[in-house]
Design a protein around this ligand. Structure first.
Ligand code: AHR
Length: 301
């Protein structure tokens, strides 16, 4: 009887908890592991009344849509979503909002209104990166662009704003080749190896990668070919390995990109409790280059 009573008491406690769903789009990069772990640990330490249900979309938008559907079926009070791609996740987000389940998107966006979006400004990052590249190349040169996941809002913004900045400030800087490498290092290494076959000495001046994992992949390929001296490399995220690479002269810049922890779950909780906010919270981003890297060493992830 005691065991039954204890069981009933604990299930009553579990029932009292507020269920919050956290649908992560992919866990391939350490940036995303930090996002999930940072939010999970903060919830564990600070929100005893919350049951955080975490899913991993494995960089597959259909898998992430089913994850969100399953979280809704489990009765979550609020959904926190970092969407793989905007278009694919938009219908299920609409459905959740229409069903009265508030949605907080983190880092990447969808194409419909949500309760709250929290993340750094990728348009600003792309624009600042473009302006930096114009100066770094003295207004003329050839760039290779390694893109993140196609259809992700971060990828679209980092691409469009970068190209707009080149067109406005240095039309003689040309992007001579680009490819999607899904924010992952291995395909970036492979693509860069191919580019080093295609373009001879002096034909590539700079690599602009949409994150540090891919920028560091480009560094690996350039070093292996003995051509790192010829080519400057720019990344995004603020990995410690990228700061080290800047310090050693292997990369020229990166841009810090907040992994939205613990803010994701902090605000997810407030929203679940009925608090209201403006539609967007924009987190800061910083340019890190040779001039200020010393103050960033070891402070990334
Ligand atoms: O959506 C943005 C990107 O996703 C981060 O910059 C990247 O590292 C992550 O996988």
């Amino acid at each position: 009887t005691l065991a039954v009573a204890a069981g009933l008491a604990s299930s009553a406690l579990a029932m009292d908890k507020i269920k919050i769903g956290f649908s992560q789009g992919t866990m391939e990069s350490s940036w995303r592991v930090n996002m999930v772990e940072g939010n999970r640990k903060w919830a564990e330490a600070n929100l005893p009344d919350v049951e955080l249900l975490i899913t991993n979309g494995e960089n597959n938008a259909s898998k992430q849509v089913s994850d969100v559907e399953s979280l809704m079926a489990q009765g979550v009070k609020t959904l926190i979503i970092s969407p793989v791609t905007a278009d694919a996740l938009t219908p299920v987000v609409k459905q959740a909002m229409e069903a009265g389940i508030p949605v907080v998107t983190l880092d990447r966006k969808v194409n419909t209104d949500v309760t709250l979006h929290i993340g750094a400004d990728n348009v600003l990052i792309g624009k600042t990166a473009g302006e930096f590249v114009c100066k770094e190349l003295g207004g003329k040169g050839n760039v290779i662009e390694i893109q993140g996941t196609a259809g992700a809002s971060a990828t679209i913004d980092r691409h469009d704003a970068f190209h707009a900045a080149l067109a406005a400030n240095c039309p003689d800087v040309k992007v001579v080749a680009d490819q999607v490498a899904n924010y992952v290092r291995e395909p970036a290494i492979k693509f860069m190896e191919d580019m080093l076959q295609r373009f001879g000495a002096g034909e590539i001046d700079l690599v602009y990668a949409h994150n540090d994992d891919m920028a560091l992949g480009a560094v690996t390929a350039l070093e292996a070919a003995g051509r790192l001296e010829e080519v400057k490399v720019v990344g995004i995220d603020g990995e410690n390995a990228a700061y080290d690479a800047i310090k050693e002269g292997k990369m020229v810049a990166t841009f810090t990109y907040h992994f939205v922890a613990p803010e994701g779950v902090q605000y997810g909780y407030k929203v679940a409790k009925g608090e209201t906010f403006d539609q967007e919270i924009i987190l800061p981003t910083h340019q890190v280059d040779a001039s200020n890297v010393d103050q960033w060493l070891g402070k990334g992830f």
